[in-house]
Structures are given as C-alpha cells and as structure tokens.
Design a protein. Structure first.
Length: 277
C-alpha cells in the first residue's frame, strides 16, 4: 500500500492571534470552515485573478501550515510578508518534504480534500515516512484530476477554475474579498470557464508540454504523465466539439482519450449538440 515521500514540497507556518483573519482576507480558501483534520488546496492570486502561488493548507493547533513547492516557498513568504504590514502574524519556513499516503497505509496526517471529492482518503503529513516514488503519486493525481503547478500548468498562466479549485474546496465564493476575487467571482457567475483539467489516456503518451490537437488545431497541453495516463488542461468546448464530430484527438502522433473527472460533475459542451437540439 502506498506511502510516497515528496521531497520537493516545503512548509510555511503561519502563527499569531490574527493568523486566521490575515489568511482569510488574502487567499482563495475559506479557512474559517477548515476542519481540524482537513487539508484544502488554495492559491494567492494576482489582481487579474490568475494563480500566483498554489498550495495546500491545514490547521495545526492554533497555527496554519502551508505546503507548497520548495521552489515557491521563499517567494511566497516574501509576498505574504508584504501583505502582513502590522498584523499580529508570524511567518516561518519549516523543514522540507511531505509524505502522502492512501489505501490505509498510514493513519497520521491531514485529509486532502481534492481526493476526498473522488471518494479517496489521501493523508498528507510533514516529514519522510514513505518511499521516494513520485510516479505512484502522479498516477493517483492523473486518475483523479488533481493538477499542480510546474507539472501541469505554469504559475501566472492559469485561473483557479482551470485547475478545478472552484469544485475541490480551494476557491470560496461565500467569504469576503481577497486578492483577485472579483475576477473569479465574475467567471463563476457568468459560467465563462472553458479551460479545465482532464484525464488523458493513450498508449505510450509523449512528454509533458506536448500539445493536444484536433484536426491540427490546438485543444490543450499535456501535463503530468504516468504510464498510459496523464493530465492536461484543455479547452473543453473545443474538445467536446471534436469528440461529437468523431475527430481524433492527438498528442503528437498518439491518439488520446480525454475524460473530465467524474467527481467534478462537468461535461464536455458541444456546439453540434446545440445545433441539433
């Protein structure tokens, strides 16, 4: 049963009497409702609503712990410090590395809400408690539509809706204002999100970054690949039209099949269906 050590993850501790209000007014996640045993995804956005930093966040007693890519940690601390001003909040870097476990391999950790949506219990805990087998975790992410920056999309290039944060607990539409909130709320209310994470299957998938096309036209980009399964962020309107017309979807020379995560409740739109209705 899997327990995988992710050595490229790093931690930031946020403490102080104003830690909760500070984060609640800044990031996409509703942390007031965050359970004691739950880890939720979140992001700090640009004013234009794109993801500047992505992370997981959980409670640790009265503190909050942010788990992010180790390449982002120092820059994220710097950005949070810029917003802190005189708030009674302390930010500190902690040791790197996080273990993720599933199928009951371990009992310690915080439940990852992204996988909980798919009915899978994945626990996250600081430190090295498993094997260094990243591909096993990548395969789990690919099968369940869980995207991360770097592997699946570039920071400052994706909106939260693109990576399903509107559906996986990482994006609140009920709390007050935060950086970029107006843009993502407008996308939500107008239903204008067209780029979405999909699971990609195909024999001998090419490398991450390969363009997915239909009739020579771009549909999206391949991200993480684990064997014959991968992730991509695609224009679901273009993919839906190609599928309705029977046009093959290709990643380089490989024919691929795209599927929206079942837990998301999303479907591929099709102008062909609308025309025949």
């Amino acid at each position: 049963m899997p327990a995988v050590f992710l050595r490229d993850r790093a931690l930031i501790r946020v403490s102080g009497v104003e830690a909760q209000s500070f984060l609640q007014n800044l990031i996409t996640t509703d942390i007031v409702s965050l359970g004691a045993d739950e880890a939720r995804p979140g992001a700090l956005l640009t004013p234009q609503g794109k993801i500047l930093f992505d992370f997981m966040i959980w409670r640790d007693g009265d503190d909050f712990v942010i788990e992010t890519d180790d390449a982002q940690r120092d820059a994220l601390i710097k950005r949070l410090t810029m917003y802190k001003l005189r708030a009674a909040v302390s930010l500190s870097a902690e040791s790197s590395g996080v273990t993720v476990s599933w199928d009951g391999e371990r009992e310690a950790g915080w439940k990852d809400s992204r996988f909980a949506k798919a009915g899978i219990t994945v626990l996250r805990e600081p430190g090295e408690h498993g094997k260094d087998e990243q591909i096993a975790y990548d395969a789990l992410r690919a099968a369940n539509g869980v995207a991360v920056s770097g592997a699946d999309y570039a920071l400052q290039d994706a909106f939260p809706h693109d990576v399903l944060m509107d559906l996986n607990g990482g994006l609140s539409f009920k709390k007050g204002c935060y950086v970029g909130q107006e843009v993502v709320s407008r996308m939500q209310h107008r239903g204008t999100a067209r780029r979405r994470v999909v699971t990609v299957t195909g024999h001998d998938l090419p490398a991450a970054g390969t363009e997915i096309t239909a009739a020579g036209k771009p549909v999206g980009l391949l991200g993480s690949v684990a064997g014959d399964t991968g992730l991509a962020i695609v224009r679901i309107d273009r993919a839906g039209e190609a599928m309705a017309l029977g046009t093959p979807l290709l990643a380089s020379e490989t024919t691929v099949t795209l599927a929206l995560p079942a837990w998301s409740g999303l479907v591929f739109p099709s102008t062909t269906d609308e025309a025949s209705a």
